[in-house]
Design a protein. Structure first.
Length: 583
């Protein structure tokens, strides 16, 4: 095993910084989130003088966008060593100082917005889920209970808006508004049973959101008049966006009366302003901010870490971005998007990333994304990139339940986790053999991807010669008992309230089926997929005499906010896969 090569690859990829745009402040500076200092932090970049400045000394768990007046940026801090019990804070962009509401009761934060010198967020405790307000010196109050999975997306003109599973139907989500004047909570849907997301408030007081109410599948942009309750489709002057036919809209905002939209399909996205296409590189665009007669945006693809770009004078240039070593860049041979037929006839979208060095390995890795309501897109993913640099071809299925391919496809996982999605993983693995990606197949994933790694190795052991499960679900029943209010609701929603499936679809019930070497990498303080069920699975593997490794990563939770800890996880993964390759 080439430990020097593993160390070099991991350090080259992990410590090449990525940058995520959070907005432009009232001074005209770029506000960004990055791990450039080794941990998640907020910073500003003054384009005029070319200087960066760190804004937060605390480790940022995640952050919101710059407030509408450009004077504050909200963020959260995990105060429980990775257990995702968070307090909220903000950066004062006038003084470049952070303030943290350190005396509040920590909660799991789901969406945050800064408006009129106040912060609004959804918080989940062990008991309930509610909307909170943070204002004044150190004052945090609960405004209203929701008791459903929900998140805040925006606050403006006296309204706090968001989305949630408010009808308690696992297959729908509704828009909500909270009126700061009256304290009234209202729930809206253009069609019962539809999926509605990401509402924002426009300058005319109307609410813009995306919905599948029109097609029942792919999303459209729709307007809601909160005064009348009337819904209308958004119509834009230029038809480029309409002709692009997006599946979904990961980002949209209003800047000086212009509607800026990111439309996405098949894992790639484009920018449109009032419906007109802005020419940008192929890949993924996460968000956009228009200021100073320029279009700033976060851009990435499978070969490039996230970077902040600017479009001006009909051309694109990079403002902030990390540079990979040339030999790491050159290890990427090709990126292909294709469709694989699942055994039940469903077409599964798949990304295939090939390594120039694969003739040294003759092995391919099936990478399983987390979520499950997520996807592998044309976006930088260190969990894939390190494999390419080490010489492994990677095939990454967007199994049923993945986002990005319409709501019908995403909702197929509801009530059936570990069922149809396992068929899709199996089909993708067989496709890899048929298309000569390698003579052996390994499998690896994190979170729900870790669950599917265990589930595939226990249910389709003939397909895989090796596997690595990161932060997996080992036992759904035990996970439910250990979860807070938010994740209890998540499990009920995912299983469509079919509690009888919890045990049936738990890897802990099939430990005896393991045939190939397995490594489990588990964060010690994980509150989403806890350590205790993983340890109970390990005891069963011991009882059955199975070959495995267990790595418990100390001091972190499910979300990795430290580059050193990410490097540790990826080093464990690559070392084990190299051992499997060498036999």
């Amino acid at each position: 095993m080439r430990l020097n090569r593993i160390t070099y690859v991991v350090e080259s990829i992990v410590y090449t910084p990525g940058y995520i745009l959070r907005g432009v402040d009232f001074k005209g500076r770029i506000v960004y989130q990055s791990m450039e200092v080794g941990v998640n932090s907020l910073g500003v970049f003054d384009e005029d003088v070319g200087e960066k400045k760190r804004l937060t000394s605390s480790v940022v768990h995640w952050s919101g966008e710059v407030s509408g007046d450009g004077r504050r940026t909200p963020f959260t801090v995990d105060v429980a060593k990775g257990r995702e019990l968070q307090v909220v804070g903000f950066v004062d962009l006038d003084k470049d100082k952070e303030f943290i509401y350190s005396n509040m009761n920590p909660v799991r934060v789901l969406g945050i917005a800064d408006y009129d010198g106040k912060m609004f967020f959804v918080g989940a405790s062990a008991e309930d889920i509610a909307i909170y307000i943070a204002e004044g010196g150190d004052n945090v109050e609960k405004l209203v209970k929701l008791n459903a999975i929900a998140r805040i997306s925006y606050a403006f003109k006296g309204l706090v808006v968001g989305e949630g599973n408010l009808r308690r139907d696992p297959r729908s989500s509704e828009i909500f508004t909270y009126n700061l004047g009256s304290g009234e909570l209202k729930v809206y849907t253009p069609k019962e049973g539809s999926v509605n997301r990401n509402p924002i408030v426009l300058s005319n007081g109307k609410i813009l959101f995306e919905t599948n109410a029109v097609t029942g599948d792919t999303n459209n942009l729709m307007l809601l008049d909160p005064e009348t309750g009337e819904f209308t489709e958004l119509k834009l002057l230029v038809k480029d966006l309409e002709n692009f036919k997006p599946v979904e809209y990961p980002f949209y905002r209003e800047f000086d009366g212009r509607i800026v939209v990111v439309g996405k399909k098949y894992g790639r996205s484009r920018i449109f302003i009032d419906g007109k296409l802005v020419e940008t590189p192929e890949g993924t665009i996460a968000n956009v901010y228009v200021a100073n007669n320029k279009i700033y945006y976060t851009y990435t693809n499978l070969t490039k870490p996230a970077r902040i770009m600017v479009f001006e004078n009909r051309s694109n240039r990079e403002l902030l971005g990390g540079k990979l070593p040339k030999d790491i860049e050159d290890s990427f041979s090709s990126i292909e998007f294709t469709w694989v037929k699942s055994p039940d006839g469903l077409d599964i979208p798949v990304y295939v990333v090939k390594s120039r060095k694969n003739n040294e390995k003759n092995v391919f890795v099936v990478y399983i994304h987390g979520g499950p309501w997520s996807e592998v897109a044309d976006a930088w993913t260190p969990m894939i990139s390190v494999l390419i640099a080490m010489g492994y071809n990677v095939v990454a299925p967007n199994f049923r339940g993945s986002t990005g391919y319409g709501e019908r496809f995403r909702l197929m996982d509801i009530g059936d986790p570990g069922g149809g999605d396992l068929l899709d993983v199996e089909a993708t693995t067989k496709w890899g053999f048929e298309n000569k990606l390698g003579e052996k197949a390994f499998i690896w994933g994190y979170s729900y991807g870790g669950y599917m790694t265990l589930w595939a190795m226990f249910n389709k052991p003939e397909l895989y010669s090796c596997g690595v499960a990161g932060a997996p679900v080992a036992d759904w029943e035990e996970m439910y008992e250990l979860s807070d209010a938010m994740f209890r609701e998540f499990i009920k929603m995912l299983f469509d309230n079919k509690k009888e499936l919890w045990k049936e679809r738990s890897p802990s019930t099939k430990a005896s089926h393991l045939r190939a070497p397995l490594a489990i990498i588990q964060p010690q303080n994980d509150s989403r997929t806890p350590l205790k069920p993983v340890l109970n699975l390990v005891y069963k593997l011991i009882e059955h005499g199975k070959t495995f490794q267990l790595h418990v990563v100390s001091g972190i939770g499910h979300a990795i906010t430290s580059l050193d800890k990410l490097a540790e996880v990826l080093t464990y993964m690559l070392s084990f896969i190299e051992q499997c390759t060498e036999g």
